[in-house]
Ligand binder design. Structure first.
Ligand code: GCU
Length: 642
């Protein structure tokens, strides 16, 4: 088997550390991991792992209290000090990222601690190949790295390499299976538990705890009970026993992830119970062992009638969950998608995040690019996540409110891990922002480029190509926050009316006069009322609503003048022409990198950029033609609209 692509940990990234004398002091699994890293680095670059005598780098772990903070200082030698193995591991990788700068005479001392303890990636991997979704639901990088033929893979070399990559960014939890729990992987909780143990063993040396997605009806489907009612003592007993068995096998097991009463998944509603009853049932089974239940707030009516204008999918999570604030046990984390709909390129931040001060919350992001180009398009998402986490919702920034940041992973068996080699930057950037959402997206991108590519001449073109690519993607797809307009089912490419008459509740309501969804309190669905001040009023008025979200909140005439001074329809034409032009320019920027990046990377990205240009052109032409036909308004600049 070809060795896994090194991603952001190529041998060359370890030169500054590996060419020096390094001492590692301390004991424990994670300290051993650091020692192994140092041993490999010095073997590659001519330094030495020393026990006595002078060292250029001291890596000192004072205890093993599980803490994740570390300090870096310079006094003759550079030293990293931590009270826990995890802190030492993160400190070591911090020095790797700093490179030579960590050894400069004027290096000023630094202290680092994560902004939150929950930094998690969920895998939507199935053990079997699902007939519609394939093996990885919304996966664009080949088969699952975990599973083959209904079992955990024999060779876990790639999983170990993946765990190492994640650990280096600070990710500390992984969900092992799809939130839509199908038959085979449901059994990871019972007779296939030894398979989960093997994965836990692969992640543990990198400071990562594993989690299982479980079906709420497991007491019936796996346990043979006649009910899964959360208040039934036999059900409680079943979960207690199943959970105890998991902890007997995986003592540091993280807990469960649950998608309940969502898109056809079973849940507490079937028994007339609410989501707090459901979540607390599992929380109480996990509590004696220190486990957590990640309970997803993605609950809405997926059998909506498009004729019914009173139902608004955007309202659903808040309607269901806000009244339950304070009712969840302390080891429940409510996992809330960042927007009220579904991982669109542009959505307002979910009002649920501000509505539940008495509940632990995690914000859920999507590293896998379901709605953002499916790892065929360059779409660097770190700026989007940064915007979300910095958004001042109800006084505090989202990143200050959230106890956790969770995202759906984007890796698979693909030789570059992520299909698009540049999509590795999203995986890296997720870990870095989950650790500290105040990091500048540009700095995170620079870190990734610096680690991944040896040739310094590659830096500027890569920045240029990737830095603004999320906004470029936004320009050539659904306009002004209206969302969707994708092909139903696979969600790739334009399908302007693809969901317009469907049951999924994602409409744009374009007619001959205008477009957008009226979610105001005055005349619409009232969704704006779920926001705290000032947003409830900012979004309520078409005058104050930010342009990029106008059509999410308002139905307006095509001639409505945006804050930018342009009309809605002219904005649609302009942004779609500009977006495609920009992709054309990106193709040229990449061409400059021939010979400066590995040939295989060059070839793959070149191929994918051609697809991005084709697809963006299709988006432009379908969206522009659609709105020209609806509105009859010609382009002010006379460009070709078909
Ligand atoms: C999206 C996605 C589904 C997924 C769901 C979820 O709707 O298309 O594949 O199951 O989100 O987050 O549960």
């Amino acid at each position: 088997m070809t060795p896994p692509h090194p991603a952001w940990l190529p041998v060359s990234a370890f030169r500054p550390v590996g060419s020096r004398r390094v001492r590692v002091t301390g004991a424990g699994t994670l300290v051993d991991t650091v020692r192994g890293e140092v041993a490999a680095a010095v073997a590659a670059h001519g330094g030495a792992l020393v026990d006595d005598g002078p060292a250029d780098l001291e890596l000192v772990c004072g205890g093993d209290d599980g803490s994740e903070a570390f300090t870096v200082a310079r006094a003759g030698a550079t030293s990293v000090r931590a009270d826990g193995g995890a802190g030492l591991l993160y400190g070591f990788h911090h020095v790797v990222r700093l490179g030579e700068a960590a050894f400069a005479a004027d290096f000023a001392p630094e202290r680092h601690a994560p902004r939150r303890s929950i930094r998690m990636l969920d895998h939507w991997d199935n053990m079997d190949v699902h007939p519609v979704m394939g093996q990885v639901e919304r996966g664009y990088s080949g088969d699952s790295i975990f599973y083959a033929d209904g079992r955990v893979r024999e060779d876990l070399g790639r999983v170990e390499a993946y765990a190492r990559l994640l650990g280096s960014t600070g990710v500390n939890r992984v969900g092992l299976n799809n939130v839509n729990v199908h038959r085979t992987e449901a059994r990871l909780l019972t007779d296939l538990l030894p398979d989960a143990v093997r994965l836990a063993d692969a992640f543990r040396p990198h400071g990562i705890r594993v989690h299982l997605s479980v079906g709420f009806a497991s007491p019936i489907t796996l346990g043979g009970l006649s009910t899964a009612d959360p208040l039934d003592p036999a059900v409680r007993e079943w979960w207690n026993r199943a959970t105890a068995a998991v902890y007997a096998a995986i003592p540091d097991f993280g807990g469960y992830v649950v998608k309940a009463d969502s898109e056809g998944r079973p849940g507490p509603f079937a028994y007339g119970r609410d989501h707090a009853d459901g979540a607390n049932l599992l929380a109480r089974a996990l509590a004696p062992f220190g486990g957590t239940v990640f309970w997803r707030a993605f609950v809405y009516d997926h059998h909506q009638d498009w004729r019914d204008r009173s139902t608004d999918r955007a309202r659903a999570a808040h309607d269901h969950f806000a009244p339950l604030d304070g009712a969840f046990d302390p080891n429940v984390v409510l996992q809330v998608k960042y927007g009220p709909l579904d991982f669109q390129a542009r959505e307002p931040v979910s009002p649920v995040i501000a509505a539940m001060p008495g509940t632990r919350l995690a914000v859920e992001l999507q590293v896998t690019q379901e709605y953002t180009g499916q790892q065929k398009h360059v779409c660097h998402l770190v700026p989007q996540w940064s915007e979300i986490l910095r958004f001042p919702l109800g006084g505090d920034a989202v990143g200050d409110i959230a106890d956790g940041v969770v995202a759906v992973s984007n890796v698979g068996q693909d030789r570059f891990w992520t299909g698009h080699p540049l999509a590795q930057a999203n995986l890296f950037g997720f870990g870095r922002l989950a650790w500290d959402d105040r990091l500048a997206p540009e700095a995170v991108l620079d870190e990734w480029i610096g680690l991944t590519f040896e040739d310094p001449a590659a830096r500027e073109p890569l920045r240029d190509l990737m830095g603004d690519s999320w906004r470029t993607y936004e320009r050539y797809t659904a306009p002004l926050g209206v969302g969707f307009m994708v092909n139903p089912g696979d969600h790739y490419g334009p399908g302007v009316d693809g969901y317009e008459y469907s049951r999924w509740g994602t409409y744009h309501f374009a007619d001959r006069d205008g477009v957008g969804v009226d979610r105001t309190r005055a005349t619409g669905t009232g969704f704006t009322g779920q926001y705290p001040a000032p947003w409830r009023d900012v979004y309520e008025s078409a005058e104050t609503c930010p342009d990029e979200l106008l059509l999410f909140f308002h139905h307006v005439p095509y001639g409505h003048v945006l804050r930018s001074g342009r009309t809605v329809v002219q904005h649609i034409y302009d942004t779609h022409f500009a977006g495609v032009e920009e992709v054309g320019r990106m193709v040229g920027v990449w061409a400059e990198l021939k010979g400066r990046v590995p040939d295989a990377v060059f070839g793959r990205v070149e191929e994918l950029l051609a697809e991005q240009l084709r697809c963006a052109t299709e988006w432009r032409d379908q969206v522009n033609t659609y709105f020209f036909r609806k509105s009859g308004v010609p382009d002010a600049h006379g460009r070709t609209i078909h």
